[in-house]
Write a protein that binds this ligand. Sequence first.
Ligand code: RAM
Length: 542
Amino acid sequence: MKRNILFILFCICLVNLYAADVYAPWRQSWLEKAYATTPELVKSLVKPLRLVKPCRDESAFQGWRMDPSGDVSDLYANPINEQNGVVIDFGEHITGCCSFTLKPSKHVPDAPVRLKFTFAEVPGELMASYDPYTGGLSRAWLQDEVVTVNTIPCTITIPRRVAFRYVKIELMGNFYDFYLTDINCETTTSVSRPIPQLPEYIDDKIKRIYNVGINTLKECMQTVYEDGPKRDRRLWIGDLYLEALANMYSFENYDITKHCLYVLAALAREDGLLHATVFERPELHPQTGTHIVDYSLLYNVALFDYLRATDDKETVRDLWPVVKEQIKFACKYLESDYIYNPSKEQEMWIFFDWTEELDRRVPIQGAMIYSLNNSAEMARILGYDKLAQEWEQLAKNMGKAVRKANYDSKRGIFVSGPDKQVSYISQIWMILAGVMTQEEGTEALNYVFADEDALYPGTPYAYHYLIEAMIKCGMYREAKERLLAYWGGMVDKGADTFWEVYDPNDDFRSPYNFYPVNSYCHAWSCTPVYFINKYPEIFLGL
Ligand code: RAM
């Protein structure tokens, strides 16, 4: 009897132990698989291209352009004291660690020297004054580094990895002449394949957009899909989703996608919810407390895309518990009328775009339906038919409910929230969710395009879904025009890599209240690569 009671107690403890962590049976093996698939970095030594002179120019992006002003050999041939504030142009966006050599001139160095290096992705960022700092993110993201050197001659490597095209060198209180030579950068990326090129005869603008997109992707593919190599230098689910799409239609490096999917799974919260973002160093760990419901739902879609590209059912089955838990979690927010209620709980952040005023109720309803439909299709492929049917039915009910509650049939658009907000993003997600027909979707998009008061996207992230929605509606010509105008707008303004934030009406827009801290090489902006290669008939006229 006593032994039986003890056994029952033991079983209860075991059940509780597992209840505490829904992923307990798999977590360790996911972690091992995550470590085993860590991409190798490819290193290259990049030398500067030339010297440039910053020039104020109201017509240039953020008011600055760089004019060629000499050869790097000029810098090396003369004491650096005579060239205080020199700007070096590496000619392309690079990510890595910089080294330089200091050599004495005619005097014996009798004191330490201090040098300030400012690395920047774009001219406006280099020329802005950083202090007093007003940004909403840490000042330390800005890439200015002061180096104090005690002994000359020497070669120094600045330990911080930086992402930049331009570097400005300033001297801080020097008393004697010395030379600075051999500045170069050991760059990293996990892309090992040659960059896939478009054929020569393709329209020049499309080619330029494509090349900038592919450079953006290459720079962000490090040991994870980083969001931006300058900032935040970490894996976010939303960025992963779009990078994986672009990678699928260019480098086809599926191991990095698999790696990121495992990392996120292994670091999920014990009740099953994914963290929106994770860090790699000093060891893999999540940003606890940061959850984005649309990102969690997109994990399922990213996994489905991975399955379609690789047919790797084993991995997808292995990660299946994560798929189920993300849906289960989102379902907690559904009211009995199948409307997603974001105010039900506050622990989750809903993103979609860096536009604060955006009412996210209709978009999140759409994203959940979109995820349910994708997850159901994936479930069918794996033979989980009952679950697929359940999710399909739920998606239908949610679609009906949102049509009833938020469709303004007079104007042919979805309106969101108590103030009946009209935004591009509401229409986009209703289209992607399949809640609108092609004709309805076209009508809704044309309505917002014509309505000056409609809230428009503030990031290439949100713009990606606009292009996707337009293609879904069959608006091929218009989708191409928009892609050319939006991403082409960045190219025309001198982008080497696509920016985190781009508002054609405001070069200084920043969700962080300080434009130099924006990232100017941001993964979520690279998707022209995906569109152009996936739909050559639309974008290349092939
Ligand atoms: C930004 C990141 C990233 C994005 C999140 C929501 O700070 O750079 O790109 O996914 O926010």
